[in-house]
Design a protein around this ligand. Sequence first.
Ligand code: FAD
Length: 347
Amino acid sequence: KRSFLFPSSPRFSIFSTRLGSTLVVAEHDGGAIRAPSLSALTATTCLPDSGSSVSLLLAGSGPSLHQAASHAASCHPSISQVLVADSDTFKSPLAEPWAKLVHMVQQRGGYSHIIAASSSFGKNVMPRAAALLDVSPVTDVTGISDSHTFVRPIYAGNALCTVRYTGAGPCILTIRATSFPAPQKSVDSKSNEASISQVDLSTFDEDLGKSRYISQTTQEDERPDLGNARIVVSGGRALKNAENFKLIENLAEKLGAAVGATRAAVDAGFVPNELQVGQTGKIVAPELYMAFGVSGAIQHIAGMRDSKVIVAVNNDADAPIFQVADYGLVGDLFEVIPELLEKLPEK
Ligand code: FAD
């Protein structure tokens, strides 16, 4: 296997891009590549000619970074090289050093495409990296027509726009993970294992400018992650308060589902804002989406319209949610949910 250690001085300028070579900027957690980044890898397979030369960039420090690198080397057939930037600077997901890292790796590698998932991390880092490289990013891509033509939603998902990238530098994309499903299983590690190389950080400028990392809190939750759950049970303003919202949580518990909410429910303080589904919340596409007391405003629909089966319960037969629902029940959620809880078998 070819191992490619980056030299300390750039060998390529950003203007000499290698045709059909892609850099995937990946997130990792607990020693494994996160699902949205696996979707970014799936997106590379839609780029003509890029499948043969995909490099995956990982950064962080400690044993979990090296576990993630081993996972990356065998997790997707399209990866030919894993680049590891090992430094405490990348311990936190602060965007500034990450953007500088992407810029530096691009100057050395001259990739034609740089892709990340359209997660909070990707949305934070990639436009900054694009600015450093003096190119315009194409964000929230849901379809790839050819190596420079992409489809992305506009007007809260009510229209799809086809964008042709004509810039001189690399094509920077963030992709919607729900549009590029990650493979269910890792490839056979023996039949496909990419090389792992360390990124030379000796010339890396660690100055964070005005930004300071303070802390990160994650909610300890046994429920599936909202972004990747197979089933999502969502509640809206109709729940009236946080106490009543426990009905949604109990139903989710029984179904092994993630909990979602409308912005109205979040703004009213029933649940924390990381549960918000929609244009300004999370984009989900589970196999089953159940909406209780959700009117179906376009901004909410923008976040869940790609769900495979949508079930809506609303006491207003004219609620717009019924226009996208596969199954609709006109009824009072305070009667329907207790009945469901009673009739559904224990897990
Ligand atoms: P409501 O619109 O008040 O609807 C409540 C529904 O519950 C009604 O349809 C009613 O008939 C039904 N109902 C009432 N009582 C019962 C009962 N007992 N049983 C059954 N049904 C009952 N919203 C999002 O969700 N996500 C976003 O990301 C988002 N982003 C936004 C971005 C912008 C720029 C703007 C302007 C708005 C955004 N919104 C978003 C807000 C959005 O426009 C709606 O205001 C919001 O989705 C409404 O939430 P809701 O359906 O819970 O409340």
